[in-house]
Design a protein around this ligand. Structure first.
Ligand code: UD1
Ligand code: UDP
Length: 373
């Protein structure tokens, strides 16, 4: 069997690495196509190096652009590779423009698409990611839902065939890397941080960074934090802060360490040892509950409601009073803290990659891996 992986951003590399490794374990070398949606060293190559994905077959160098530019250019370039290589299946992961481009280019060539992390819904169609998820799911033959809830979302849209609940490959990634991170990373020393005495922050979503009003609200939250905080900053956020004239103000915040985005090992160690995580990232919400660190999500909705139901995640949006209320409660109320920190991980046992590969190989052997007519 000849599987092709299309990916292009940081979270896709992290979450697909366990699946790629499973194929390799079985002697299958998948075709690796990197769109280049993320291209800075610390947004892409560092992960390829750390996760030992050294043999990318195609670097498409799509780069940044408007939604349509990025998706369109990626589609054109992916199509050329798929026409030449004729894989048996195209795997995509998540909800980025790369995913949409990969799924559409593939299914129109009648190459079946397998969507890893299918069925997530924020029910907010103003997010580019929500549109990408819906369209990618509807273009896919094989849908790897991480949870029963994701499967239900697919059922509600009439997608009943080809759906498998396998867990989320982020658990595989965390289990495979957190011990290595603990051993190898010196990130706490580098930033002079004491375990469980700092807050870890990430925020990069378009809805939080593309409007000055919302970005200002984020800055106001950062200014009000009562303990040390560290913020490995996505380039999108850094650019917008500068554009909106907020950069100097953020730099002045005492007790806030702003860094470049970090590699996976550094980031995992930082996350595992954080007292609280505040984020608008999907993957970071998932990792927090896996690592038993309470998470306050800087959004008004989430496509990971399982984390909220399990009790490990609270949606605080960009409301300073609400965010600070929960930060202080976590810092001052031990019982409340312990309850959040002990919430059960809803994303499975870390064997999602193994299940995905096994299912695909079985479908292939039975001659069932094809585009439905
Ligand atoms: C994309 C995904 C988002 C995901 C995130 C992971 C879409 C619609 N969004 O958002 O779901 O959570 O990746 O991190 O696909 N930039 C750089 N260097 C880079 C990459 C980006 O400077 O290596 C800057 C550019 O100014 C670019 C901006 O960041 O315009 C946004 O990048 P883009 O890939 O369009 O979206 P992300 O915000 O990264
Ligand atoms: N991450 C990282 N370094 C950072 C920030 C995040 O390695 O500086 C990892 C994090 O551990 C998680 C993934 O990147 O696995 C999340 O990616 P991101 O927040 O960019 O995207 P999302 O999950 O929101 O799509």
């Amino acid at each position: 069997m000849k599987p092709a992986f299309v990916f292009g951003t940081r979270p896709e590399i992290i979450k697909l690495a366990p699946v790629i490794r499973e194929f390799e374990k079985r002697g299958i070398k998948p075709l690796l196509i990197h769109t280049g949606q993320h291209y800075d060293y610390e947004m892409s190559r560092i992960f390829l190096e750390e996760l030992e994905l050294n043999s990318i077959d195609y670097h498409l160098e799509v780069g940044s652009g408007t939604q349509a530019e990025q998706t369109g250019i990626a589609m054109i370039k992916i199509e050329k590779v798929l026409m030449k290589e004729k894989p048996d299946v195209t795997l995509v992961q998540g909800d980025t423009n790369t995913v949409l481009a990969g799924a559409l280019a593939s299914v129109k060539l009648k190459i079946p698409v397998a969507h890893v992390e299918a069925g997530l819904r924020s029910f907010d169609r103003t997010m580019p990611e929500e549109i990408n998820r819906i369209l990618a799911d509807h273009a896919s033959e094989v849908l790897f839902a991480p949870t029963e809830e994701a499967k239900k979302n697919l059922e509600n849209e009439g997608i009943r065939e080809g759906v498998y609940v396998v867990g989320n490959t982020i658990v595989d990634a965390v289990l495979q890397n957190s011990e290595i991170a603990e051993r190898k990373s010196d990130v706490l020393d580098r930033f002079n941080l004491t375990p469980k005495e700092y807050i870890l922050i990430t925020a990069h979503r378009a809805e939080n960074t593309d409007s000055k009003e919302n970005l200002k609200k984020l800055v106001e939250i950062l200014e009000a934090l009562p303990i040390k905080a560290v913020y490995p900053m996505h380039p999108r956020t850094r650019n917008r802060l500068k554009e909106f004239g907020l950069w100097e103000r953020v730099k002045k915040i005492e007790n806030l360490i702003i860094t470049q985005p970090l590699g996976y090992l550094d980031f995992l160690k930082l996350q595992k040892n954080a007292k609280i995580v505040m984020t608008d990232s999907g993957g970071v919400q998932e990792e927090s509950i896996i690592l038993n660190v309470p998470c306050l999500t800087l959004r008004y909705n989430t496509e990971r409601p399982e984390t909220v139901k399990a009790g490990g995640n609270i949606l605080v949006g960009l409301e300073k009073d609400r965010a600070l209320y929960y930060v202080n409660k976590l810092l001052n109320n031990k019982e409340f803290y312990e309850k959040m920190a002990s919430a059960e991980n809803p994303f499975g046992d870390g064997k999602a990659g193994e299940r995905i590969v096994k299912i695909l190989l079985e479908l292939y052997e039975r001659g069932e891996l094809k585009v439905r007519s």
